[in-house]
Design a protein around this ligand. Structure first.
Ligand SMILES: [Zn+2]
Length: 138
């Protein structure tokens, strides 16, 4: 079973690599929904709970532009806009850790602060390790 899954992942990676030759990739910005679907659903749910539903469509359209490089072990934050200028924020009442949506002056989501969430940190690291050329084989 495990073997089948591994092979399928390799094939998928190959197809992606063919469609987007590595030298053409500057910095692909993946959809939040592709990398952290569970976090997205959690955030959408919490937004509804807090009566901040209008942010949900924006949340679903987000791309992860870059991952925070502050080096803090607890930090799994990421930018969702090329330019991060925080004018406002919405703190979600997450059960575990801290999740804060940062908005710019135009009310667009520009940064998601995720603290104390090893599950999210793990998923981000796993995703970016797989993307880097010749990345870890662990
Ligand atoms: Zn950070």
């Amino acid at each position: 079973m495990r073997r089948t899954i591994a092979i399928r992942q390799v094939v998928r990676y190959r197809l992606t690599a063919m469609r987007f030759p590595l030298r053409c990739i500057v910095m692909p910005a993946p959809m939040l929904n592709d990398v952290l679907p569970d976090l997205l659903e959690e955030m959408a749910y919490l937004l509804k709970q807090q009566g901040a539903d209008p942010l949900e469509p924006k949340l679903r359209a987000l791309r992860i532009e870059s991952v925070c490089d502050c080096g803090d072990e607890n930090c799994a934050s990421f930018a969702t806009a090329p330019e991060v200028k925080v004018a406002n924020y919405v703190e979600l009442q997450s059960i575990e850790g801290q999740v804060i949506i940062d908005l710019n002056a135009a009310d667009e989501i520009c940064f998601i602060e995720v603290l104390g969430r090893p599950d999210i940190k793990y998923l981000l690291e796993e995703y970016y390790d797989a993307q880097s050329p010749g990345g870890s084989n662990s």
